[in-house]
Design a protein around this ligand. Structure first.
Ligand code: AMP
Length: 143
């Protein structure tokens, strides 16, 4: 199973913000949309960074609530690891485990084309295992 299969069931919409968006606004978006990370992108949907709830918690612990008035650019991770639609679920899981993050933006031709979270990957993996078990049961019943 590939990233393309996950995107075709969950959709390709990705919440993005501009670099000068305040952290306060990012907090509202995360809460309202019930998501864990926001991609910071330019008007051409090229990725500039990613801000996760963990970055915000760390900044609050370090600098207090005043940090909320700063911009997302001050806390975002700039070196963003991405994947493409043809990558397999196993490959994506490896990248998330190695990098210790739970979000992987999908990039096609240099532009943001979707995002997969650890929850999407686990859901897809469970479906895959169930399908393989069903195929095995059918095969045994026919033997
Ligand atoms: P997360 O587990 O996704 O909430 O993120 C944990 C940390 O990794 C935060 O500092 C994020 O900014 C960073 N992060 C999240 N996703 C990525 C990614 N795809 N590439 C690089 N860093 C990331």
């Amino acid at each position: 199973m590939t990233v393309a299969a996950i995107l075709s069931s969950k959709g390709r919409d990705v919440m993005t913000v501009e670099v000068d968006t305040s952290i306060r606004e990012a907090v509202h978006i995360l809460a309202e949309r019930r998501i864990g990370a926001i991609v910071v992108a330019d008007s051409f949907r090229r990725i500039l960074g990613i801000v996760s709830e963990r970055d915000i918690v760390r900044a609050l612990s370090r600098s207090g609530v005043e940090v909320l008035d700063g911009s997302v650019s001050s806390i975002m991770t700039v070196k963003v690891v991405t994947c493409s639609e043809i990558d397999t679920i196993n490959h994506v899981m490896e990248r998330m485990t190695e990098g210790r993050f739970r979000h992987l933006p999908v990039v096609e031709e240099g532009r943001l084309a979707g995002i997969v979270s650890i929850g999407d990957v686990v859901k897809a993996r469970i479906q895959q295992v169930e399908q393989e078990a069903e195929e095995m049961r059918t095969y045994i019943a026919m033997a």
